[in-house]
Design a protein around this ligand. Sequence first.
Ligand SMILES: Cc1cc2nc3c(=O)[nH]c(=O)nc-3n(C[C@H](O)[C@H](O)[C@H](O)COP(=O)(O)OP(=O)(O)OC[C@H]3O[C@@H](n4cnc5c(N)ncnc54)[C@H](O)[C@@H]3O)c2cc1C
Length: 460
Amino acid sequence: MTLSLPLLPLDDLATRVAGPVLAGDDPRVPAEVAAFNLTHTPRPAAVVGATCTADVAADVRFAADRGRSVSVQSTGHGLVSDLAGSVLITTRRMAEVTVDPVARTARVGAGVRWAQVIEAAAPYGLAPLNGSSSHVGVVGYTLGGGLGPMARRYGFAADHVRSVRLVTADGTVRDVDAQSDPDLFWALRGGKGNFGVVTELEFDLMPVARLYGGGIFFPGAAAAELLHTYRTWVDTLPEETTTSIALLRLPPLPALPEPLRGQFVVHLRVAHLGTAEEGAALLAPMRAVAPPIMDMVGEIPYAAVDSIHMDPTDPMPTWERGATLRELPAAAVDELLAIAGPGVEVPLIMVELRHLGGAAGRPARVPNAVAGRDAAFTLFALGPMAGPLAETMPAITQSVVDRMRPWAGRGPLLNFLGVAGADRVARIWDDADLMRLLGVKERLDPGDVFRWGHALLARR
Ligand SMILES: Cc1cc2nc3c(=O)[nH]c(=O)nc-3n(C[C@H](O)[C@H](O)[C@H](O)COP(=O)(O)OP(=O)(O)OC[C@H]3O[C@@H](n4cnc5c(N)ncnc54)[C@H](O)[C@@H]3O)c2cc1C
């Protein structure tokens, strides 16, 4: 029994919502709040499994009236704290997907994962702007910007949002678009969960049925040649080609193909929106650097998009830190190799560079709060939070970012930030954008009901 429970008359709430209402100490809570990132164990005061917008509105009113904060969880891919004391709304029951093949749009409920949208859009030769893993939730990813394998061609997922249904701190349901509330529409797309609970999202789909894509695993011993070639090779690529490269220290898991198990490898990821002939010609300089362990780049249906990054799908405890890089000169590659290259003993699972530019470097047609467009690359370091490493991993990942600081941009993309207090979150934006975000926050959530995820305001 948590101390705060007597303050929450949950029976009263249960009569007003269709979904389950659970006290924080209910034995069903661990299953209800099971997350992808196991580093944090959610400890909300209560959990409400929302089934519809009306449930969300009732939950928010209930919490706000009692001075409680509200947290939201779809998949737990972006869980960055233990949500202690909050009323947690889980959204996975809100799983409706509607595709309009004529308008080329999708409308989804708050609990939808990208895999569902990819499947619903594919029969029409359409594809969404999902990220590296289709297991990630649509809403959390998109509100944080959303950088995916077609980013250089189409920009961020947030750039293609048409409308948002949102419950704000006063329990009001708002349909927000560029006309109805331009400031809130701007802030929601890039400012993440600071302004309310999104219950539905409508966004554009792209006319993509197939692409030339996949990953090539090279031996880690060739990391220096590969990274130095990569940094100049990317300058030759058209906007139709989005790539990333990662130094991977793979665990000896049976789920991995035998030649990769327990190996230090370099993983080049490619998505080219064009013919296989064009793609192969573009890729030739990288293929020539070293014989691959496995080369899985070829023409694929968009539905096979997960094969580009091959992200893990099983929950695990990890710690991450991100940055953006303004440039990637030879000295920056040398520093990266000194941090995580061959022969370096470092317990990082992944150190990744994603190439930006193209449409990801231009403002959206309807401008939004996505920061980091002036960067040339993202940098992302990820390590396990298990055993003694749980003590040291935050410092290890931070040191990657610190050592790359000479080439760093203002801040990481919000979705690549990892655990961070409000001061660190705020540094992502320039002063004008931060003031605009804080203005919207003050207007719609003066009591800071939505203070979880990546909070704009310091905890009071
Ligand atoms: C394996 C993996 C791959 C990833 N790949 C990419 C990638 O390629 N590109 C990229 O940009 N990001 C990527 N991410 C980061 C991911 O986009 C963020 O972690 C995102 O927040 C996950 O959203 P979620 O809803 O799945 O997670 P959750 O943990 O359920 O939610 C995270 C946060 O999103 C917000 N949120 C979720 N639902 C709502 C809602 N209904 N209303 C308001 N706020 C809400 C809240 O702030 C919440 O705390 C990846 C993460 C993982 C673990």
